[in-house]
Structures are given as C-alpha cells and as structure tokens.
Design a protein around this ligand. Structure first.
Ligand SMILES: CC(=O)SCCNC(=O)CCNC(=O)[C@H](O)C(C)(C)COP(=O)(O)OP(=O)(O)OC[C@H]1O[C@@H](n2cnc3c(N)ncnc32)[C@H](O)[C@@H]1OP(=O)(O)O
Length: 375
C-alpha cells in the first residue's frame, strides 16, 4: 500500500493519509427501477491527506460490486490548496484510486472499472477553500486534461505500455494476439457537445466515446449520485422509452444538464486483471482503511463538509477539530487501530525539475494573433 503513495511523494517529504470505508449495503437505484440494481452492493471510501497540520487533499469514491466485477465510481475530488505540493493532486488521486483497485483484486475481482464524470466546481469536500487565496480551481477544460493525466497514470500502472505490446505483436502471429489488453480500448472519454477529443487523448489506449454501447439506455446505463445524466434516464424510464444506448449518448449533448456552458466529461477505465498482480499474497482484506457502519460513515462525512477552509489558520483549526472528533467517534468500532485509519508515508519520488508556472489558458490562441518577437 505504502508504495502506491510513496512513489508520487517527493523524497524528503511525508504526508499522512487517512482512509475510512463504510460497510457494504444493498443497492436500490443504480439502474433505476430495474431488478439489476439489487444484484449490486455498494460501499463508500473516503481518503483525506494531511500535510503538517492541514488537510490538503480529499477523495470520496463509491465501489459497486457484483460477482467478480467492481465499479469504482470516483464521486468527489478536492484540494484545499494549503500544502507545499510534495505531491501533485493528480498523483494523490491516482494513488487513492490504486489503493481501492488493489483491494478489489485482493478480494477476488476479475475486472475493475474506474468511472467518473468531471464537473469543475469551487469545492466539493473542503468548504470555502476556493476563497483562501491559495487554492487553484481548474476550469472545465483544465479539469478534463487533469483527469486524462490522472487516469493515464493508473492505466500505465496496470497495463503494459505500447512498446511492450508492439514487441509482443512482433513475437506472435497476428492470429494469436487476441488478449483483451491488446484488442480492447482501455480508457474512454466522452464530452457531450465536443465533436473531437483529439487534443485530449494521449495515445491509442484511449477512445473517444463510452464503454457502454449496446442495449436499451434505461437498462444499461448506471445512475450514480449527483449524476448529470440521471434526470434524462429517469425521464426515459417514466416514458417507458425504448431509446438505445447509442441514441442516448447522441442526444445527451442537447440536455441542459450537460451543455449549460460548462464542459462535462465522462470517463471510464477498464482494467482487466494484471497478470503479474494476479497473486495477492496473504490476507484477503487490506490492512488499511477502517470499515464503519454506514450511519457513522455518513455522520463523519457530513461533519467534514461543515468545516471551513477559508484561510490557512481556519483550515488548520478545522483539520484539528474534525480529526479529533472523528477519532473519538470511531475508537469503539470493531477492529479500530490507528494504523488502520492513518498512515504516514515518506516520499520516494525524485523532485520534478522546476518549471515556470503559467496561468491556465481558457481559450485556444487565435492563429492570427501576432507572434511575440524572440528576445
Ligand atoms: C470527479 C470529480 O470530483 S471532478 C471535480 C474535481 N474537483 C474540483 O473541481 C474541485 C476544485 N478543484 C480543485 O481542487 C483542483 O483544481 C484539482 C484538485 C481538481 C486540481 O488541483 P491542482 O492543484 O491544479 O492539481 P495538481 O496538483 O495535479 O496540479 C496540476 C498541474 O498544475 C500545476 N500547478 C499546481 N498549482 C499551480 C498553480 N498555483 N499555478 C500554476 N500551476 C500550478 C502542477 O505543478 C501540475 O503540473 P503538472 O501537471 O505538469 O505536473
């Protein structure tokens, strides 16, 4: 577990990672009224990262499980902007997601899907943090690139890179190459209203579109919490519509929820079980991440989103009160140990060479704009 994090934290720095989960519960509405929903169970996972005395990063995801498939829905990612950046937020998000992926494999999952929709907003987990003067809130298009970067880190960690695949192709005859890794696109990105995503997609493992392409929309497309496509699906369900999945995606760009001026990105990363990771020795459950009764998990989550992060000093105070109250509340939970809840991770990554930080461009430059003379 430590490696997944330390490889993205600069050497000489350390961060404390807090990890709480909820017990799994029966799912009722992943596929609307369809009976299919009840085949799934779900559990919430919350990661919080502290640098010195202040929370700097948070992520909540919900894991939906059915038989040997796990869907990891990344619900909320946020930063407070108050750290010294010993690790990038994209790296921390990738490490948190990989911690959950590894747990799924350990528990017997054969296929894991990471899915999310990107909607840029001032804050999700750290209230008022966008007002603290340190936080950098990415624009909608900045966030789309950011998620590609984050998911590409994960894809690379779980799948051979293109060079390895080309080598494999040279060694084998084309008829022999039919493994899902070589044939299947692993990462999907879809932005309603954007006809071409060429400038976003980093390589041929990425495909513009969505992983679900067959069947009836209301039966096949899941509805996650705060899902911008859910209202449309519920409307189709009420109308007993037979609309196909393909037509659903095509018409989604006309819906107000997905085209009200801001770009919304839908992502899926499909990870077939990695061969060299097939054997996860030892205990079937991971040692990190305390599992709480759902009600207690919710109380803790609700308490987090009531604390303010509007200045460095208020954020430090909020971090202290929230963590003290949380530890007091979970101490009597079965299996509680401090190591299960929090781990301090020492960095192992070489610092990136210093670069000039340029403000994010919100628009592409006009080609007619005069070039600046080189000095
Ligand atoms: C499923 C969902 O949750 S989608 C919603 C996502 N969350 C939000 O929109 C909430 C508000 N937004 C945020 O908290 C932040 O904008 C985040 C977490 C999305 C991204 O945070 P960032 O600090 O920009 O991310 P990160 O640390 O990865 O930095 C990205 C790049 O910008 C650079 N950077 C970081 N801070 C700055 C800055 N102040 N000025 C210029 N560049 C900066 C980093 O060096 C990094 O460069 P690299 O990609 O070349 O390595």
């Amino acid at each position: 577990m430590q490696d997944v994090w330390s490889k993205r934290i600069v050497v000489g720095k350390s961060l404390t990672v807090y990890y709480l989960q909820s017990e799994s519960e029966k799912c009722h509405n992943l596929f609307g009224k369809s009976k299919k929903s009840k085949d799934f169970k779900f559990a919430s996972h919350l990661f919080l990262v502290k640098e010195n005395d202040v929370l700097v990063f948070g992520m909540e995801c919900i894991v939906y499980k059915r038989l040997n498939k796990s869907i990891i829905f990344v619900a909320k990612v946020d930063s407070s902007g108050l750290g010294t950046h010993p690790a990038s937020s994209s790296g921390l998000a990738a490490s948190a997601i990989e911690t959950v992926i590894d747990t799924q494999y350990k528990e017997g999952a054969v296929e894991v899907e990471v899915t999310l929709f990107a909607i840029s907003q001032g804050q999700y987990l750290f209230p008022e943090s966008s007002e603290n003067g340190h936080k950098r809130v990415l624009s909608d298009s900045g966030l789309l690139h950011w998620w590609v970067k984050c998911l590409e880190m994960i894809r690379k960690d779980y799948n051979p890179d293109e060079e390895q695949i080309n080598e494999a192709k040279e060694k084998k005859s084309s008829a022999e190459i039919s493994s899902p890794v070589t044939d299947k696109h692993l990462a999907y990105m879809f932005v309603p209203g954007l006809p071409s995503l060429r400038s976003y997609l980093p390589n041929s493992f990425w495909k513009q579109g969505t992983a679900i392409q067959q069947g009836k929309a209301v039966d096949m497309i899941p509805r996650y919490p705060d899902d911008p496509k859910a209202r449309y699906l519920y409307e189709l369900q009420d109308q007993r519509s037979e609309m196909s999945v393909a037509e659903f995606w095509d018409t989604l760009s006309f819906r107000q929820e997905c085209c009200s001026g801001k770009l919304v990105g839908f992502y899926s990363l499909i990870l077939p079980r990695r061969l060299e990771k097939a054997e996860f020795p030892g205990n079937k459950t991971s040692g990190f991440g305390l599992v709480l009764p759902p009600k207690l998990y919710r109380i803790i989550y609700d308490s987090l989103i009531k604390h303010s992060f509007r200045s460095p000093s208020i954020a430090s105070q909020s971090t202290k009160t929230f963590l003290d109250e949380t530890i007091a509340a979970i101490q009597r939970v079965d299996g509680f140990t401090m190591e299960k809840v929090a781990q301090t991770i020492d960095g192992n990554a070489q610092p990136a060479p210093p670069k000039k930080r340029e403000p994010e461009l919100s628009q592409t430059l006009n080609v007619l704009q005069p070039r600046k003379k080189k000095k």
